[in-house]
Design a protein around this ligand. Sequence first.
Ligand code: CP
Length: 322
Amino acid sequence: MTKAAMMEEPLMKSRNVHWTRKDLLGLKELSREEIELILKTAESLKEVSTRSIKKVPTLRGRTVVNFFAEPSTRTRASFELAEKRLSADSLNFSGSSSSLVKGETLKDTAKNIEALQVDLIVIRHSSSGAPHRLAEYVKPGIVNAGDGTNEHPTQALLDMFTLKEKKGKIEGLKISFIGDILHSRVARSNIWGLTKLGAKVTVCGPKTLIPYDIEKLGVRKTFHVEEAVEDADAINLLRIQLERQSEPFFPSLGEYAKGFGINAERLARAKPDVLIMHPGPVNHGVELTSEIADGPNSVIMEQVTNGLAVRMAVLYLLSLVR
Ligand code: CP
């Protein structure tokens, strides 16, 4: 029997960590041990995708609904594939193709999904807190696939998985986030997770895109990109989220690129082995140049690969509590 197929609840208990949560809503509420358990589980499950037959029976007979009320490429594809690799039955629908457009409430939609006896609901929604409300309304486990500007826990987990895989540890690493911190659920989840695991986090961007009291979360703040680049072990570049800005926060994308975009000159100031990360979608020539996105320091595609293993781990752990 393979390592992944053998992975059962007693193995988790033997590591003295019990997964007890019905839902994964954010990294704010997870302990360091729970985050480490997800990362360790993902390490075991990553191997499944290297086989000629990329499937294990772990979630056979379980049903997962993917409900994406906001656009997504990576997260949606990754969850759908994770469910297939674990042999779960999946049902996919989007906000625009559901009765939400006819005025049905999110609660009624969720209650109707629940009535179909599903086990897990993966939800992306433009409203911060939507997954948290659903977790109160319905019995199926809820996985937050990104809620407004609040959290994107599986993105942060795959970012941490990639850091650990590449650098061998997270404790003590210096990680800089450059970009639209104000509207970034990716930054928020990473800050909760990385600080719990002992990393030193710096956030950088235009003054209008950094929350004024962000230091309260245990991070360093700078408005000078050189400071964010110079001693970083990894630089995570965040997209300017124009869709969440009701008014312009800076003059133009060109000016943003000039002040904060990572180009060859700025990369030359960084450590030679710095990791360049980006959650996607990338705006080439804005957050970074195409040469750097495709260059030797970039781990952007590896982040995508690791997202699959991390989402398999999350679905597996939540299924233990059903
Ligand atoms: N990183 C991320 O959430 O990408 P998608 O919006 O394509 O899912």
